[in-house]
Design a binder for this molecule. Structure first.
Ligand SMILES: Nc1ncnc2c1ncn2[C@@H]1O[C@H](COP(=O)(O)OP(=O)(O)O)[C@@H](O)[C@H]1O
Ligand SMILES: Cc1ncc(COP(=O)(O)O)c(N)n1
Length: 281
């Protein structure tokens, strides 16, 4: 086996380069893993929004997955924008077929500008076929609300939502806190096997350059686990990675600009002492 861990992203292309496959590959490169990719849809997108979506057909997704499965030793993979039920089914089928082990499911549903990146009728397929295979599921708060069918407005409802998502068969869940309004961003982590529940908290960074934060966070989590980190260690690094990427923004585009994927490796998280991550049991 090659010394560099090989990872896979199954996601949509963002022509604007800030989210989706492009965010994943940049994050993987920065964190020292070899990236393969399966494109599920091509989006015409920039920092202002999504203009159009061109989903791949079932065969195109299947044939990309087969090409990866035949030749690469995938240490960990992540899923992002899957768009419809047939792409979800094809993804789940091939995860089983190639016995891929570490599976990060980022249940991408709606872009920051409001475009639907997952058809509403595909939510059931996601719950039925993909969540049972997940090592970790990483919904933001609106996505967690859709998955668990209840409103989330405080620590107690976040905890209940996490338990509900676990009940679909996932090993663990991280509910991301980027969408909140309070001065802190808190990720709720819930591990099924031990019943462990941890909060990862950091100061909210005052920026509108948040395009692709969810993809980048989940990709960093995937890269760290591919290198052998445990889930909690991987969440910590993913949070440091996204913090650095948000702190040293690139100021590109007129809308929600992309984050700076090179900032973590450039040492920004070390420089920004105040950007600490606190972990509560
Ligand atoms: N303003 C912010 N300050 C600090 N961290 C942030 C901020 N916005 C997002 N993040 C980080 O990025 C992660 C993903 O963001 P979030 O907006 O929750 O997901 P998504 O992009 O999927 O909607 C969050 O879990 C959080 O760690
Ligand atoms: C192709 C694609 N995939 C995912 C997202 C979500 O991005 P975010 O991480 O900002 O929620 C996006 N805008 N485009």
């Amino acid at each position: 086996m090659s010394a560099i861990p090989q990872v896979l992203t199954i996601a949509g292309s963002d022509s604007g380069g800030g989210a989706g496959i492009q965010a994943d590959i940049k994050t993987f490169q920065e964190l020292g893993v070899y990236s393969t990719s399966v494109i599920t849809a091509v989006t015409s997108q920039n920092t202002l929004g999504v203009n159009a979506i061109y989903p791949m057909g079932r065969e195109a997704v299947q044939s990309q997955l087969q090409a990866i499965g035949e030749d690469f030793q995938i240490a960990a993979l992540k899923t992002g924008m899957l768009f419809n039920a047939e792409i979800i089914e094809e993804t789940a089928y091939n995860i089983n077929r190639f016995e891929w082990g570490i599976i990060v499911v980022d249940p991408v549903m709606i872009a920051k500008g409001g475009a639907h990146l997952l058809r509403q009728e595909a939510v059931a397929a996601l719950k039925q076929h993909l969540l049972p295979l997940a090592t970790v599921v990483t919904p933001n708060i609106p996505e967690a609300e859709v998955l668990c069918g209840m409103a989330i407005d405080d620590a107690m409802t976040r905890r209940k939502a996490a338990e509900k998502i676990i009940s679909y068969g996932a090993e663990s869940v991280v509910i991301k806190g980027g969408h909140g309004k309070d001065p802190y961003v808190t990720e709720d982590f819930y591990l099924h096997q031990s019943g462990e529940c941890l909060l990862f908290r950091s100061a909210r960074i005052d920026t509108t350059e948040t395009h692709g934060t969810g993809c980048t966070f989940a990709a960093a989590l995937t890269a760290e686990m591919a290198k052998g980190a445990g889930i909690k260690e991987a969440i910590y690094v993913a949070k440091r990675f996204i913090q650095a990427a948000l702190t040293d923004g690139l100021h590109i585009g007129a809308g929600h600009g992309p984050t700076n994927h090179a900032a973590y490796k450039a040492g920004v998280s070390k420089r920004e002492g105040e950007n600490s991550v606190e972990i509560y049991g």
